[in-house]
Design a protein around this ligand. Structure first.
Ligand SMILES: *Cc1c(COP(=O)(O)O)cnc(C)c1O
Length: 521
């Protein structure tokens, strides 16, 4: 690892460029190898007695060679993970402006609640009489989700947004099958998240794209032109991924229903309208809610998540199993289609009941905010995004800026024209400034997109520093300071990686390096 200092050195001053260190460490910035490099097969962190003599019952399938997994002592293991964690960036280290991800603060109260042993130490196969509190929590969370959306039912088991999309679209498919209507096409606007067309394709639908209007929203006339008896559903994100509220959504929903199709809404951007709009009033039939975005949960890096789906009266009978039902004996989970309430259930989305820890965090967030607090959270999230957009618009180009932004500020790369720099260069330079980059090159409808979502949990001081850093970068780009961008990141544990090669030819298996030949003494 070799990083050079950046600023020019004044004559007589101490050089800025740091000397190489023997260990490769740089003070608090510590190098760390892989477990396979630093571990040893003969070491383990636990000291177990040799087992007494016993008879193997594996029918000759027992392992004959050692497993060969490296081990570490407990202090070594502790250091390994602490050192790795210091190379990471998280919402607890700084502003995380990743658009479409709603990286907000995770209140410690939620974490405390999720760790209560009455929730955390349950086994999914425990008798229902012993988990009444947990079932009550799921029921209460569903009630809040229905209240916030004005819908009829909640499918709570999906484990991510994409999984929720699958669930909602499966409900649509089941509803169509129940009326003997085999439709084969799903309409998806150009600006959609990639999971929308992927979900439709996974269920065997042909995906047809709806172009965006010049103002970044969907034209009801284009939807009407694309509708036919072949169309099963429209999948629309609102507010959309350009950060704009789809103003014609009611007209679009009516047209979709008129054509006998269903209206799926991608609710990942719910944070912008929480407590302001009930999507049931807009004619939505199904919408997933990313609990791990809107209602806080430590996320990123692929999990954990929870993507419950709210369903309209038309789709409610098809909600997946299990269902929480109350009767004279208390709450119970209905696990089969024998009961009248679940006779048309579409099956299961996963084993058991979904992500209990996320349910606890989400309800804790809702209860601690209350109705007024949730409304304020979304208002503040929208205000923060508009503040960022308004503060940068003189230096960076913001498409569709004649309309107020919702919870995200979208920029394109027109402002970089003539500088020789790209969106990626700006993102990398932002790392040196101590920020996780914004979402880049998404949505696809905007050239060189930079999508910034500050959320409501940043203070004005934090927004101001972020804006100032981006303004400084924009001025440097326009002044032709190529080195600041093209070599970036200078100060991250790793420099610029070949991301294309990493995606196209990933090295997923560690192989021991060839032994270094020793010179004869
Ligand atoms: C995050 C997101 C999804 C997918 O959610 P996951 O939990 O990552 O599967 C879908 N659509 C939009 C608009 C999103 O932002």
């Amino acid at each position: 690892m070799n990083r050079e200092g950046r600023g020019a050195t004044a004559p007589g001053a101490i050089s800025n460029s740091a000397p190489a260190t023997f260990t490769g460490n740089r003070a608090l910035d510590l190098e760390e190898g892989l477990l396979f490099e630093i571990g040893r097969t003969e070491v383990t962190g636990v000291d177990l007695d040799e087992p007494d003599a016993f008879a193997l019952r594996l029918g000759g399938l027992e392992r004959t060679a050692p497993l060969g997994l490296p081990g570490l002592s407990e202090p070594e293991a502790m250091r390994h993970y602490v050192r790795l964690s210091r190379m990471n960036y998280g919402i607890d280290s700084g502003l995380f402006p990743l658009g479409s991800c709603t990286m907000k603060h995770n209140p410690r109260l939620n974490e405390r609640m999720a760790r209560l042993s009455g929730f955390a130490d349950l086994h999914p196969l425990q008798p229902v009489s012993t988990v009444q509190g947990a079932l009550g929590l799921i029921d209460e969370l569903c009630r809040w989700l229905l209240e916030l959306t004005g819908m009829a039912a909640v499918a709570f088991t999906p484990k991510a947004g994409a999984h929720g999309e699958l669930c909602g679209m499966m409900a649509i498919k089941a509803a169509l099958a129940a009326r003997g209507d085999a439709r084969s096409v799903v309409l998806v606007p150009e600006s959609a998240h990639g999971t929308n067309p992927a979900t439709a394709a996974l269920l065997g639908y042909e995906v047809r794209s709806i172009p965006a209007r010049a103002d970044g929203t969907v034209d009801p006339e284009s939807v009407k032109a694309a509708l036919s008896p072949e169309v099963a559903a429209l999948m629309l994100t609102n507010p959309n991924t350009c950060g704009l509220f789809e103003r014609n959504v009611v007209e679009i929903a009516a047209a979709v229903h008129e054509a006998g199709a269903y209206f799926y809404a991608d609710g990942a951007n719910f944070n912008a309208i929480l407590g302001k709009v009930r999507i049931g009033d807009l004619g939505v039939d199904a919408m997933h809610i990313n609990l791990h975005k809107t209602f806080s949960t430590p996320h990123g890096g692929g999990g954990p998540g929870a993507g419950p789906v709210v369903l309209s009266p038309a789709l409610a009978p098809f909600a997946p199993l299990p269902a929480v039902v109350a009767d004279a004996d208390g709450l119970r989970l209905v696990e089969t289609t024998d009961a009248p309430e679940t006779a048309q259930a579409l099956g299961r989305m996963c084993a058991f009941h979904g992500q209990m820890g996320m349910f606890v965090r989400a309800l804790s967030w809702m209860l601690s905010h209350g109705a007024d607090g949730m409304r304020q959270a979304s208002e503040d999230a929208v205000l923060s995004a508009n503040y960022i957009r308004a503060s940068l618009m003189d230096l960076m180009s913001a498409p569709f800026a004649t309309r107020p932004a919702m919870h995200e500020a979208l920029f394109d790369d027109a402002w970089l024209e003539g500088t020789g720099l790209t969106t990626l260069d700006v993102a990398k330079a932002l790392i040196d400034e101590g920020y996780h980059p914004m979402t880049v090159y998404f949505p696809l409808v905007v050239h060189g997109a930079m999508l910034i979502e500050p959320t409501e949990s940043e203070s004005k001081a934090s927004l101001d520093l972020f804006i100032a850093a981006l303004r400084d970068l924009a001025l440097a780009a326009k002044a032709g300071d190529m080195a600041r961008f093209q070599g970036a990141p200078y100060y991250a544990p790793r420099r610029r990686l070949d991301e294309t090669r990493a995606a196209r030819a990933p090295v997923l298996r560690w192989t021991a390096p060839a032994p270094v030949p020793r010179a004869a003494e």
